[in-house]
Design a protein around this ligand. Structure first.
Ligand code: GLA
Length: 527
C-alpha cells in the first residue's frame, strides 16, 4: 500500500472516530428513573440463600420516608428481626425453605413482600450487588476510603435498593516493589498468617464497622505468590488465608489468577522472575491446571463457619463458565478487564457473553466485570467516558445478563444522573430475578441487538440495543423471535410506565433507540 493511500485511510479512521465522539458528546445526561415514592416500597432480592450454621445477615432494602418500621412474619427459629433497621440476623441450624412475609411501614402507609429463605448448600441465589475499590481507587485504596464508601452506600440511599457488598480489591496487602512506604512491610507474620499494610491497621474493626451499617464486606487475593499489582498473594498459604478472612469477618472473596500464570507454567514461587500480572500460557487451555488453585481455595472457604461468596477471576480462560460451579465459584469473570469506553463495554457485553449464558444460574453467575459509571479511573478518577446512553446500555445489559453488579466509581462524587442509573428498582429487579435466567441475544441484525430473558412471574424482559452512532427508528414486528405470542403489555422499565398493549400476531411496536442506547421493556401477556 503506498503512503498516500495509507495516509488517507488514517485520516478516514480519525474522521470516523471524531464523528463517533461528536455523536457521543452531544447528549446531556437525562434522568429516566422516577423518584421512589414516600410510601414504603420493599426492593431488592426476594430470595436469599444461607448455609446451615452460618451467621445470617440480611437487611430489608426499602425506600420511603423515615422513620420506617419493619416486620417479618413466619421468620424461622434462629432468626430475629430488628424492627427499627430491618436487619435479620441469627443462624439456621437445619436445611430447609421458609416463606417469610416482610413488612415495612411509615407515616405514608405500609407494604408487604414475600421473601424466600433457602437454607442449603447454595449462597448468592441472586447476583451479588455492591461496590468494589478497583475501578476508582486501584492502588490508592485505604480503610478510610472503604469506610467512606460504606457510609455513602447508606447515606445516598443505595442500600435501600439492595446494594450490599463493600469490596476491597488489590492493595490491602504489602507490595513487592512499590516505593510507597505505606505498602512496605512484612507480607506475613512468623507463623505465615497474612498481614495487611499500614493503610488497613484493623481488618476485623473494618469488617465490624461495615456490618454495623447492615452491609457486607469483601476482600481480594491471588492464588499466585503475587497479586496483579505485586502485593502478597496466597500461594502456599491458602488454608491460613481462608481462615484469616473468616476470622476477620469477610463475606465475599475475589481470587485473581495473575502471577499464578508463572506457577502454572512451571516456575518456582521463589523465582523472582515471576511477573505479577502475566497470566502465562498453560491456564488458557489446560482445564485441569486452570481449575486447581480455585478448587483448593473453594474447599478452604467452604470449611469456614461463615458464608463467603467466592468470586473466581481468571478472565474467562479455559471456558471457566463450564467449570466455575464445580470449584464452588459463585461468580466467575468471563472477560479481561473492562475500561470506561464504548469499545470495551460494548465488546464485553455484546460479543463475549452469549456462549457462557447457559451456565449461569442461582448461586453461579457469569461476571462481565464491574460497572464503569460515575467517577472511575484506577487511582486517577475522572467522570466516565461513556455517554449517558452508553451508560443506560451498560446497566440494562448487565441486568439482562444476570451480572454481579459492582459499582466501580468513587461514590463520594455521586451526581444525580449516576444515582438515577443505580436506583431504578424495576431495572435492578431484572438482574435480581429469582429465576436467574441470563438473557441471550435473540436478534443480531446489523447494528440492532435484542436480548431477552424469562422472569419468574412469567413475563419476559427484552432489551433493544442500538450499536450505531445514529438513533434507530423501528416498527418492530418480530415478536416470535422474542418468544412472545398473543396480546402483550410492554412496560418501559427505565420510565416505569406501561405502554399500549400490542397484538403480536398483526401489530407492531414503534421503537426509537438512541445512538449506542437501549429501550428496555418487560412484556406481560394480557389475560
Ligand atoms: C486484575 C483484575 C482486576 C483487578 C486487578 C487488581 O487486573 O482483573 O479486576 O482486580 O487485577 O490488580
Amino acid at each position: 500500500m503506498n503512503t498516500l493511500i495509507r495516509l488517507s485511510l488514517a485520516l478516514l479512521a480519525m474522521a470516523m472516530l471524531a464523528a463517533n465522539s461528536i455523536a457521543a458528546a452531544s447528549v446531556e445526561p437525562y434522568i429516566l428513573t422516577p423518584p421512589a415514592p414516600a410510601s414504603p416500597r420493599i426492593n431488592g432480592a426476594s430470595v436469599f440463600g444461607v448455609r446451615p450454621g452460618s451467621p445470617f445477615l440480611f437487611t430489608i432494602a426499602a425506600t420511603g420516608d423515615r422513620p420506617m418500621s419493619f416486620s417479618a412474619q413466619n421468620l424461622p427459629q434462629g432468626l430475629k428481626l430488628d424492627p427499627a433497621t430491618g436487619r435479620i440476623t441469627g443462624a439456621l441450624a437445619m436445611k430447609g425453605e421458609h416463606i417469610v412475609m416482610l413488612g415495612a411501614k411509615n407515616s405514608r402507609g405500609s407494604v408487604e413482600k414475600k421473601f424466600r429463605i433457602v437454607c442449603g448448600d447454595q449462597i448468592a441465589l441472586t447476583p451479588p450487588m455492591g461496590w468494589n475499590s478497583w475501578n476508582c481507587f486501584a492502588q490508592e485504596v485505604s480503610a478510610d476510603r472503604v469506610k467512606a464508601a460504606a457510609n455513602v452506600l447508606v447515606k445516598s440511599g443505595l442500600a435501600n435498593h439492595g446494594w450490599t457488598y463493600v469490596n476491597i480489591d488489590d492493595f490491602w496487602q504489602n507490595n513487592r516493589g512499590s516505593d510507597d512506604p505505606t505498602l512496605h512491610g512484612p507480607f506475613r507474620d512468623t507463623n505465615g498468617f497474612v498481614l495487611p499494610n499500614a493503610r488497613f491497621p484493623d481488618m476485623k474493626g473494618l469488617a465490624d464497622y461495615v456490618h454495623g451499617l447492615g452491609l457486607k464486606i469483601g476482600l481480594y487475593s491471588s492464588p499466585g505468590p503475587w497479586t496483579c499489582g505485586g502485593c502478597a498473594g496466597s500461594f502456599g498459604h491458602e488454608q491460613q488465608d481462608a481462615q484469616t478472612y473468616a476470622k476477620w469477618g469477610f463475606d465475599y472473596f475475589k481470587y485473581d489468577w495473575c502471577s499464578y500464570g508463572g506457577i502454572c507454567d512451571g516456575k518456582a514461587a521463589t523465582d523472582d522472575s515471576i511477573s505479577s500480572w502475566d497470566a502465562g500460557e498453560k491456564g488458557k487451555s489446560d482445564v485441569e491446571a486452570a481449575t486447581h488453585p480455585f478448587r483448593l481455595m473453594g474447599k478452604f472457604l467452604r470449611e469456614q463457619k461463615r458464608d463467603i461468596v467466592f468470586s473466581v477471576c481468571e478472565y474467562g480462560m479455559s471456558e471457566v463458565w463450564k467449570w466455575g460451579a464445580s470449584v464452588d465459584g459463585n461468580c466467575w469473570r468471563t472477560t479481561w478487564d473492562i475500561v470506561d469506553t464504548w469499545e470495551s463495554m460494548s465488546s464485553i457485553g455484546f460479543d463475549q457473553q452469549n456462549q457462557a449464558a447457559p451456565f449461569s444460574k442461582p448461586g453461579n453467575w457469569n461476571d462481565p466485570d464491574m460497572l464503569v459509571v460515575g467517577h472511575v479511573g484506577w487511582g486517577k478518577p475522572h467522570p466516565t467516558r461513556l455517554t449517558p446512553d452508553e451508560q443506560y446500555t451498560h446497566i440494562s445489559l448487565w441486568c439482562l445478563l444476570s451480572a454481579p453488579l459492582l459499582i466501580g466509581c468513587d461514590m463520594t462524587k455521586f451526581d444525580a444522573f449516576t444515582l438515577s442509573l443505580l436506583t431504578n428498582d424495576e431495572v435492578i429487579a431484572v438482574d435480581q430475578d429469582p429465576l436467574g435466567k441470563q438473557a441471550t441475544c435473540v436478534i443480531n441484525d446489523g447494528d440492532l441487538r435484542v436480548y431477552a430473558r424469562d422472569l419468574e412471574d412469567g413475563s419476559r424482559a427484552v432489551g433493544f440495543f442500538n450499536r450505531s452512532v445514529k438513533p434507530m427508528e423501528l416498527s418492530f414486528k418480530d415478536f416470535s423471535k422474542l418468544g412472545l405470542a398473543g396480546k402483550q403489555t410492554p412496560r418501559d422499565l427505565w420510565r416505569q410506565k406501561n405502554l399500549a398493549a400490542v397484538n403480536t400476531a398483526m401489530g407492531s411496536l414503534p421503537l426509537t433507540i438512541p445512538a449506542h442506547g437501549v429501550v428496555l421493556y418487560k412484556f406481560t401477556t394480557v389475560k
